[in-house]
Design a protein around this ligand. Sequence first.
Ligand code: ADP
Ligand code: TRP
Length: 330
Amino acid sequence: MRILSGIQPSGEPHLGNYFGAMRQHVELMAKGEAIYFLADYHSMTSIRDAAERRRFTRELALDYLALGLDPARAILYRQSDLPEVTELAWLLTTVTPMGLLERAHSFKDKVAQGMTVNHGLFAYPVLMAADILIYNADIVPVGQDQKQHLEMTRDIAGSFNHTYGIEVFKLPEPMILEHVAVVPGVDGRKMSKSYGNTIRMFAPPGEIKKAVMGIVTDSTPVDQPKDTTTALFQLWSLFATADERAELFARAKAGGLGYGDVKKDLLARLTAHFAPLRARREEWSQRGHDVEDVLRDGAQRARAIARPILEAARDAAGLGAGRPEATRPD
Ligand code: ADP
Ligand code: TRP
């Protein structure tokens, strides 16, 4: 089973990225041939600062390694080290109906928010389809927000196969990572870097403390029952066992539990949880070129899988000189 996923290096990752995606990517390493990439081409649709992109990309590689991604087992690479993917994106874009892209929620949302949108943002799902189809990945673990993009990938794959009459591409299965609900941000909305309400998992301790202490709560007095569906309790639950959760929630409902105490306990749990990961991150970050070596090796291994699939697609579409009939897939 081939598992593929990518994440954009568009800011330092937060608890939503960790619980909603990255931690699960690392766990899935044990389930099959895992390929993860740092989607720097994708980040071009929003980030314009070259130095920032390079820094975020390296930081994201460090984050994955800190979380325990084992480069001997999983492939980790930087998307732009595999420019083949942009070639495949062109082949796919010519079989992608405009109407399909016009229906994309994420694009429509950005237009609705009044963002200045570029063609890259509109074509984003086609590049994402290329990311996936270039490995004929079986399973793509993504958050709920990416589900529509996955459906589009299946449509685009089918459209290419149908157009050229050859089953070049497998239709990938989405694996929606929904056993962790949406992680709330410090203001109660979905935690997202675009809302500025994040808790960055590897931020300096002072920043984490400030963010945790700043989680928005209401003015219910200490002795009154508390609403446990709010951000503070939901965030706290991420670091607790089911029994601990039941106990704290019972205390909250009974009254007498102050928000400040829950915040302090959350901070302690969060700090302890990330301490060993932080140490591993520090080790990797000290090891100078090792991270580059991991990414270079990852790109080589990724290319070995991608190249024949791209060749088959080029061949099917009649690009290049073509291969002798005998070596063509039927
Ligand atoms: P952001 O919303 O901060 O820009 P991204 O869209 O780059 O985050 O998300 C990267 C990955 O993390 C995606 O797979 C997404 O589903 C997951 N993710 C992001 N925010 C959350 C959240 N608040 N709760 C759960 N998963 C999240
Ligand atoms: N669009 C995804 C996100 O914003 C990132 C991504 C790009 C991706 N290409 C992918 C995820 C391919 C899975 C597979 O989170």
